[in-house]
Design a protein around this ligand. Sequence first.
Ligand code: ADP
Ligand code: MG
Length: 231
Amino acid sequence: LRKQLQHNEKMNVLSELAASFAHEIRNPMTVARGFVQIMKQGGLSEDKRQIYNQMVIDEMDKAQSIIDDYLSFAKPQLESIDLVDAKQLILRALNTLQEFADLRHVSVETDMQDRLMISANADKFVQCIINLCKNGIEAMPSGGKLQIVASLQNQTVCIDIIDNGVGMTQEELGRLGTPFYSTRGKGTGLGMMVTYRVIQNIHGRIDVTSEIGKGTCFSILIPSLHTTSYH
Ligand code: ADP
Ligand code: MG
């Protein structure tokens, strides 16, 4: 009976998600369609036409990001769980983000212990680190410093991702990870949801402390060398 309940709960979450997913994807489609319709009627100045054109592209990009982020969440659970070094995977994530950080005048500093072994799917773990670091960088619109501190404490791998950006209120903190909750123009509000899920799946947890105008610290805690059975 308990298994059945769990299964039902999962299905509920999935169908709720599918419904809001459809809604979120319909919005940009409707807006883009509206602009194309106006352009079709003709008689627009070249300036206006350019602006509308860009808006259609932006809305299409938005729909694309939602699909990309959703798929990374909904992908069939066939990925392998391996013994991996969190430090190496964090470095991989930071490498991917280097240009993104440079463009926003964010310097990245790391202080990491060697060999932080965890059981995880490498690609998904890298994606989580990218999501959190990207959020940190985006929280510092006029530049700043992103710090990543990682160490082993009591058989737990602890990873702190610290920004000195805009911070969040208590209310905003409470909404983190809710599908489609985003305060950003081009945001999807799926990054945190995916991140929480992935870390939960490897028996870890994420703590957040944040202060408005000061910054935010995300702490990821993952049992080291935890052997997971696949489900
Ligand atoms: P997205 O980045 O697409 O908006 P996320 O799920 O990654 O979606 O994040 C959801 C929201 O959480 C963001 O829009 C932002 O309001 C808030 N947030 C996440 N990380 C931070 C951070 N480091 N500092 C301030 N706000 C944050
Ligand atoms: Mg994000």
